[in-house]
Write a protein that binds this ligand. Structure first.
Ligand code: PGD
Ligand code: PGD
Ligand code: 6MO
Length: 811
């Protein structure tokens, strides 16, 4: 594997020269801290992040080079952007307050948000304002008036966990009932439906491990997933071990099939067969396969009898007895575009071989996103291989290197929210805009009716809703209902630009922390050592919140008497005790901190783990966590809920809109997959963009047929539009995407030509200017970021500059 990380000395002209080094904090006085808590002035520091472990070379207090950790088998090229993110022009340098807000107070000129008119203030002023507004909310509006949902991919690290720290501030600092979120944007639909179907979240569980797959799987199906792209990232610190196994699998020469509207990185890497499917039609495709297995009497009747419940209620739907429409391969083909013969061939191939159906999550980030994985489990059940080595299905091989054997190492605990007060509530994460629009009104979620709280203040720390949430224009309007918006980040994202008070956080490379490597492998415990001192006026997450808790009069309750290094030592020593109980030795804390990493041993049993093997072995003694203890093809619990948009067995349901759908108003589906060169919106403001931007915009992949019809060639700027919004992007014409589908990655920074104005053209390429904001169904209320059709044209007007990657005036 190549060591791709170059030595990037910054090209940023504004950072050149000695005076700038002072501004970067190198010459700033350091606060007293224990020797091992200080940043290195010269030398090499081992640390870690979502993109993996790395060594940072520091010269004269400046981070000058990043080298992947020697034991990383497949370092991510994005590490170069990680280093650059510390010094990039998109860095927030000082506390800032929106001018109208500062001059006129809370709620002033809210339609002005996003216009980038900020005033620099001191830290004292900014923190006084935040504390004052929180106290005011408590005194005037009362419980549940502050939203700390603050969803997002904050940096790795157990102490400076901005999300927990923020909630802790409301719980222990303000001592008021809180409003937060449940679920996430990643797996909103699946994590609610899967417990009904198979008794666990499934999406975040260890998979049948890769060594078993490499040995036993004969056909590897990658269904709406791209592990080569997405396993660059881990919620904790990435180990990248899945790449070794993917390579091993490839070497066996066994069959790999990628079912995807585009030729993914994985399809390319694995020399896979690419089956082109129309977006959002996978349930129809799966039904066509299931129907083939049924009518050809191929499916595993014994497995269905012994391990599943409710197949008899699903069958009349499959055969068409209930609606006069057999879900035949021919029927499916009409919807999904895969030829009927191919559908039948795949069904027979899967049945005749040890087949692992792996699926990513884009399939369920769609309207009725509960159905695809439910149907996948149904199909896998009919194949009868669940619980066999290398057979069945897996919903997390593409995420955080799932399937890498789990070590015996201890689990690392981390900062908690301090305990929410009675009366605290949460909303399904992706209903945040609806919450602002409909305070006091009811909504459904997983069998219960809830009431939306009336929110006056939103505080975001560690997420970027002005990228992650759908329907940007609707969102801007809803945001105007808020009296005060506080954003704590280290980058001038659109979210920060739409805030009233902006607090400059230190990056994860400017503070000390501790983290585990490998969400599934738990491969190691890593000291996330401070690489450099915070640049400009940035302050660490913990310091900011402690100062706020102090202003609220509850500092002791907040800190439990611990500072940064005390917490790190505390969590390490807890892990050490846990390890000792398993006869596993971990070095003393000082030694760990000195070495920077402890790698944990992996047992033979872990290398042989087969998911659901116990259940298969003995379904009575090892039942699933469902009401019947079996795989529920029909769920009586869901039947009882009586939802019109989530039936009690998997079904093909028309989404709000789709390519070639019954009422399709636009001819093009927009694939909003995750970026290969970023983590969502993170690192968009860095040097990495030079490697992928087209005409300075977000790249958009277009099929030659669609490009030709519109007179577009690679490098042209295009305008993508529908009734919800419009954005520019740079065209890449390629055969690697199906006709009538274009791909614009999620995470491009929203850059309205007219800041704050609803409906403004986005100059850079935020795909969520186009997507609809609706829940997957009343059951899960997940987001539908992949449900979107639009049209596009060559942009002929005067080209607006991209402005979002530099700080606003005064900033
Ligand atoms: P990030 O870009 O990772 O996206 O949405 P998310 O908001 O997580 O944002 C993290 C933010 O936190 C960045 O602004 C970063 O600078 C900041 N940050 C990082 N570290 C720290 C820290 O330590 N402290 C503070 N205060 N800030 C920090 C991701 C979400 O987007 C997800 S998970 C998914 S799966 C969704 N995917 C799609 C999709 O597929 N399609 C569409 N259309 N939309 C999506 N949106 C969702
Ligand atoms: P996507 O890229 O959205 O990733 O993992 P997820 O699996 O959701 O989609 C995967 C594949 O599905 C893509 O190749 C896409 O073309 C395809 N696809 C889209 N729509 C359809 C469809 O209707 N049918 C079929 N069959 N295929 C479809 C996301 C996961 O990745 C998450 S949630 C997070 S938070 C992380 N994010 C990133 C990231 O932003 N960048 C990188 N490099 N890696 C990540 N890893 C994680
Ligand atoms: Mo996600």
């Amino acid at each position: 594997m190549s060591k791709i990380i170059a030595n990037y000395t910054s090209r940023r002209s504004f950072l050149k020269g000695a005076s700038t080094l002072g501004a970067l904090g190198v010459l700033a006085p350091s606060i007293f801290s224990p020797r091992f808590a200080q940043a290195a002035v010269n030398g090499e520091v081992l640390s870690g992040c979502h993109w993996g472990a790395f060594r940072a070379v520091v010269k004269d207090g400046r981070w000058t080079e990043v080298k992947p950790w020697e034991q990383d088998p497949h370092p991510s090229h994005q590490l170069a952007g990680v280093m650059d993110s510390v010094y990039s022009p998109s860095r927030i340098k000082y506390p800032m307050v929106r001018r109208a807000y500062l001059e006129k107070g809370r709620g002033a000129d809210v339609e002005d948000r996003g216009s980038n008119d900020f005033v620099r203030v001191s830290w004292d002023k900014a923190l006084d304002l935040v504390a004052q507004e929180l106290k005011y909310a408590k005194a005037t509006h009362g419980p549940r008036s502050v939203f700390t949902g603050t969803y997002g991919w904050k940096s790795a690290g157990k102490i400076h966990n901005s999300r927990s720290l923020l909630r802790r501030l409301i719980n222990r600092g303000l001592q008021m009932p809180n409003v937060t979120h449940t679920g996430d944007y990643s797996t909103g639909a699946s994590q609610v439906i899967m417990p009904h179907v198979i008794g666990t979240l499934e999406v975040y569980e260890q998979q049948t491990v890769w060594p078993v797959v490499v040995e036993n799987t004969e056909v590897l199906v990658v269904w709406g997933a791209d592990p080569i792209k997405t396993n660059q990232i881990d919620w904790l610190i990435a180990d990248h071990d899945s790449y070794t196994y993917l390579e091993e699998f490839k070497k066996t020469g066994k069959k790999v099939i990628c079912i995807d509207p585009l030729k993914s990185k994985t399809a390319e890497f694995m020399d896979a067969e690419w089956v082109q499917v129309k977006p959002q039609t996978d349930v129809a495709l799966m039904l066509g396969m299931a129907h083939t297995l049924f009518v050809e009497e191929l499916y595993d009747v014994d497995f269905m009898d012994e391990y599943t419940a409710g197949f008899d209620k699903f069958l009349p739907y499959l055969t068409g007895e209930t609606d006069q429409t057999p879900k035949s391969a021919e029927w499916a083909s009409e919807i999904c575009g895969v030829p009927a013969d191919k559908i039948k061939e795949l069904a027979r191939l899967f049945m005749g071989n040890r087949t692992m159906l792996t699926s990513g999550w884009s399939l369920q980030r769609q309207h009725h996103g509960e159905q695809p994985h439910w149907m996948l489990v149904t199909l896998a059940s009919m194949l009868g291989q669940i619980g066999l080595p290398g057979g069945g299905f897996g919903l997390s091989y593409h995420y955080s290197n799932g399937g890498t054997p789990t070590s015996d190492g201890p689990a690392l605990s981390g900062m908690n929210d301090g305990g929410a007060m009675e009366g605290s509530v949460s909303i399904p994460v992706a209903r945040v805009v609806e919450m602002l629009e409909r305070p006091g009104e009811e909504y459904d979620f997983n069998g219960t009716r809830y009431t939306f709280p009336d929110i006056k203040i939103a505080y975001w720390a560690g997420g970027n809703p002005f990228h992650h949430h759908q329907d940007r224009n609707r969102m801007i309007k809803a945001w105007q209902k808020l009296e005060t918006v506080i954003v704590q980040d280290y980058q001038w994202t659109a979210t920060a630009r739409f805030a009233d008070i902006v607090l400059p956080a230190a990056s994860a490379y400017e503070r000390n922390d501790i983290e585990a490597m490998g969400s599934y492998s738990n491969k190691a415990t890593v000291a996330m050592k401070k690489i450099v001192d915070p640049v400009f006026e940035a302050r660490s997450e913990y310091d900011i919140f402690v100062d706020l808790a102090d202003r609220l009069g509850n500092k002791e309750a907040y800190t439990d008497g611990r500072d940064e290094m005390d917490w790190i030592r505390h969590y390490y020593e807890q892990a050490q005790k846990q390890a000792a109980s398993k006869n596993l030795e971990m070095p003393a804390f000082e030694k760990f901190w000195e070495d920077g990493i402890v790698v944990h041993p992996v047992s033979q049993a872990a290398k042989e783990y087969v998911r659901y093997a116990d259940f298969r072995e003995d379904p009575l003694l090892e039942p699933l966590g469902t009401p019947t203890g079996k795989i529920e093809i029909y769920s009586k619990n869901i039947e009882k809920m009586g939802y019109d948009d989530c039936p009690p067995h998997p079904m093909w349901m028309e989404p709000l809109e789709r390519l070639d759908g019954p009422d399709a108003k636009f001819p093009i589906h927009v694939n909003t997959g995750h970026p290969n060169d970023r983590l969502h919106s993170q690192l968009n403001g860095t040097i990495l963009r030079e490697g992928y931007a087209v005409a300075d915009r977000e790249p958009c992949m277009v099929n030659p047929k669609d490009a030709e019809a519109r007179g577009i060639k690679s490098g042209d700027v295009i305008r993508i539009f529908n009734d919800r919004g419009q954005t520019l992007a740079g065209a890449i014409v390629s055969e690697d995407i199906m006709p009538n589908v274009i791909r614009l990655y999620e995470g491009g920074w929203y850059d309205p030509v007219e800041g704050g104005k609803i409906g403004s053209l986005c100059a850079y390429g935020d795909v969520n200017t186009l997507t609809p904001d609706l829940g997957t169904s009343k059951l899960a209320q997940g987001n539908c970021g992949h449900t979107v059709i639009a049209d596009f044209e060559k942009f002929e007007g005067e080209l607006p500059d991209v402005k979002v990657f530099t700080a606003p005036t005064n900033g």
